[in-house]
Ligand binder design. Sequence first.
Ligand code: AHR
Length: 337
Amino acid sequence: MLSRSLRSRILVTATAVAALGLAACSSGGGTTPGSSGTAGGGGGGGDTITVGFSQVGAESGWRAANTKSIQESLTKENGFDLKFSDAQQKQENQIQAIRSYIAQGVDYIAFSPVVETGWDAVLEEAKQANIPVILTDRAVDVADETLYQTFIGSDFVEEGRRIGQWVSENLGTEPINVVELQGTTGSAPAIDRKAGFEEATKDNPNVKVVASQTGDFTRDGGKKVMEGFLQSNPDIDVVYAHNDDMGLGAIEAIEAAGKKPGEDIKIVTIDGVKDGMTALAEGKINYIVECNPLLGPDLADIIKTLDSGGTVERRIVTEDGAFDQEQAKEALPDRQY
Ligand code: AHR
């Protein structure tokens, strides 16, 4: 769960949202395109806030936990009418979903962008329709920052940095060959986690990245890419996987090659989902930096704050932990996802 302190930081002031040029208020049937219509039939009505959410896909355990958190937070009982779509990791599907939410006149649009670039046009359309946009989990690279209200999610550069520091201090005391399983090409976490790791290891000449390829954040992708790495690189010491699922796929490939994951080849990953934490506790992974997927309660708070005329911080960074094998054993019984 995100901490109370984080959630309370979202509720900043009761300044008019009009300052940002957007004035959606679903209660009482407003006159902007973002607030007209009836509850459940496109657009807000009465006290219900209609939210169109475009999810990246269902590529990982992290994503499943994130979807569950959003669906369990933006409920009818909590005052929301949630319209949810799964883009199957395709930007064109997300653009289509956002256009459909605009056409339906929803009160708010929230989405986790599959890649960083290519959003200017569709977000401009949302702005023209007076529909506030909230980014969850991943950032966008747009020329006009007023195209979205806020971005809530982890600091991916810091996650990569923390992995790099751990590798440098714990494994880089002698020369090591690292292979990197990157996330989806062009996505914020893939770009940032790579950059953070490079920054943290650049002054340690013992840490050498000998191969780096995308496994698209999936278990299957991680397994296939790792099989290729094992064939072309006889001396792999460490796998740096940008998420648990790819690390779990790498474990399968390493075991199939007759080697012991966590011992013959060390593995470090990011996320901290139950399957990853289980593999860490079993000694098959060596270190995990957490990426908290439980963004639903904060998303609900952000929307309610905006809807009542308040403002929120432009960037809300979620708090993430980190686990070695002993810490994973302790944390596992209470792990929520
Ligand atoms: O954007 C967050 C990343 O996306 C998670 O680390 C990964 O598991 C997911 O697919």
